[in-house]
Design a binder for this molecule. Structure first.
Ligand SMILES: Cc1cc2nc3c(=O)[nH]c(=O)nc-3n(C[C@H](O)[C@H](O)[C@H](O)COP(=O)(O)O)c2cc1C
Length: 174
């Protein structure tokens, strides 16, 4: 199954970052939503890279996901997609693991404050995973989602995500 790149994403920004990370990781990477990645098969992954959007300086909750659906939806504003499982729930469902792991999130602010990435990495380490590298945050603009999924990302973030994927691949080979 190679390296799993698993994500939760309401408006496609974390998804776009996850895809770029998978590209950087190379042909060994498989891009999966939290609904596609069966936790009971995570033992088959050679490594796990997991990401989610920051909600309330942490991982999204049922409540924060639902509040996202109250945002304006029209021709200029895409609707939040809640069809995939929350990352929080996916992490809880994982069996004990010992694979290398890394975590990322998408957020409005810079490095200040807690994010979702540290919560993801801590949960993976609690399951027994070993840390590949420090958690990473990728930046989105502070505005409502536009008409297209993934259009909140700040310029250059996908290049950074691809480069981080390449760096993770070389750390995994070392
Ligand atoms: C309910 C809610 C709470 C949020 N809280 C934060 C926050 O505490 N810090 C932050 O930087 N961004 C926050 N954001 C912005 C999200 O990080 C942003 O919507 C996300 O990166 C978009 O990713 P996605 O398209 O993959 O869902 C919040 C967004 C929502 C909807």
């Amino acid at each position: 199954m190679g390296i799993w790149v698993v994500y939760e994403s309401l408006w496609g920004n974390t998804e776009a970052v996850a895809r770029a990370i998978a590209e950087g990781l190379g042909t060994d990477a498989t891009l999966l939503t939290t609904s596609q990645a069966d936790p009971s098969r995570a033992l088959e992954a050679s490594a796990i890279v997991a990401g989610a959007p920051v909600h309330g300086m942490n991982l999204p909750t049922q409540q924060s996901r639902e509040s996202a659906t109250s945002k304006k939806v029209d021709a200029e504003h895409a609707a939040a997609d809640l069809s995939t499982r929350p990352m929080r729930e996916w992490l809880d469902a994982l069996p004990p693991l010992s694979v290398p792991a890394a975590a990322f999130d998408t957020r409005v602010r810079g490095p200040l404050g807690r994010g979702a990435n540290t919560a993801i990495l801590r949960a993976l380490q609690d399951k027994g995973c070993t840390r590949i590298s420090a958690p990473r945050g990728f930046l989105v603009n502070f505005s409502s989602a536009g008409p297209e999924r993934g259009d909140l990302l700040k310029a250059g973030q996908l290049d950074e995500a691809r480069a981080w994927g390449t760096e993770l691949a070389s750390l995994l080979r070392a």
